[in-house]
Design a protein around this ligand. Structure first.
Ligand code: NAD
Length: 257
């Protein structure tokens, strides 16, 4: 069998709808033979996620998980342990900040808004990695999603940029801890993609237009490109890579102008 992920059990966190980056990743992993499980954020999103999964990957496990709640994360991994036993991969593709803090001056960020963005967008990776490690008894791979706004100042990205900077550093510290168990962890820094989460960022269209004009590949990033890179990071082809941030952004991040 030539499929790269045959027999691998991978948890996907962060599908909201068919535009979600997590959904494109799920499709790429499914194509290579992975068996997938999904979490969705509460009842509000259950129906849309269930419809997608039932249509394209029937039989996949679906569990509710709000990552601000330790009990819900515990429940996800307890369910996985019971139903599948060994886990080989986790895709962490979720983030949140208050819309009013994704515009204007960063200096106006509230304490609440700052902590909420850190909790959901950065700490959650640590909480998930700790629990995933216990089920990754055959080694594993964890992939999270980041953005250039955590390395450079990007207009309106504000508090989410601070959360992504923390997330990137979480990847490096976690890589050091997890490496001894042959568990790898990496981030994909995607170029701007029109999704539900992106709607929260003011003037998002302007960012897309700049990409088309200036990025070396002269085009915006699409979900499928990110999906294929995540597939590579889940597969043995990337076995020497951990603690890395791979940019899938038409090369935009190399520019100094
Ligand atoms: P999306 O809206 O489809 O996905 C965001 C997901 O986060 C949703 O499924 C939502 O339910 C989940 N989420 C939010 N709060 C949560 C909570 N408390 N508990 C559990 N889940 C929660 O948007 P997306 O663009 O696919 O975002 C996925 C990831 O990609 C995010 O980390 C985002 O920052 C990152 N990213 C997006 C872009 C872009 O331009 N769209 C670029 C780079 C990185």
């Amino acid at each position: 069998n030539r499929m790269l992920l045959n027999g691998k059990h991978i948890l996907i966190m962060g599908v909201a709808n068919k535009r979600s980056i997590a959904w494109a990743i799920a499709q790429a992993l499914h194509r290579e033979g992975a068996k997938l499980a999904f979490t969705f954020q509460g009842e509000r999103l259950e129906r849309s996620v269930r419809e997608l999964v039932d249509e394209h990957m029937p039989g996949s496990l679906l569990v509710s998980c709000d990552v601000t709640k330790d009990e819900e994360i515990d429940q996800v991994f307890a369910t996985l342990e019971e139903k599948i036993g060994v886990l080989h991969g986790v895709v962490h593709s979720l983030a949140f900040a208050k819309t009013e803090e994704l515009e204007g001056e960063f200096i106006n960020t509230s304490r609440d808004g700052y902590l909420l963005a850190q909790d959901i967008s950065a700490y959650s990776l640590v909480a998930v990695a700790k629990r995933a490690r216990k089920l990754m008894t055959e080694g594993g791979s964890i992939v999270t999603m980041t953005y250039l706004g955590g390395e450079r100042v990007v207009e309106n990205y504000n508090v989410m940029g601070i959360a992504k900077a923390a997330l990137d550093m979480n990847v490096r510290y976690l890589a050091k801890d997890l490496g001894a168990d042959n568990v790898r962890i990496n981030a994909i820094s995607a170029g701007p993609i029109r999704t539900l989460a992106a709607k929260g960022v003011k003037d998002f269209n302007k960012i897309l237009k700049t990409m088309e004009e200036k990025a070396p590949l002269r085009r915006t990033t699409d979900q499928a490109e990110v999906g294929d890179t995540a597939m590579f990071l889940m597969s043995h082809l990337s076995r020497g890579i951990t603690g890395e941030v791979i940019h899938v952004d038409s090369g935009y991040h190399i520019l100094g102008y």
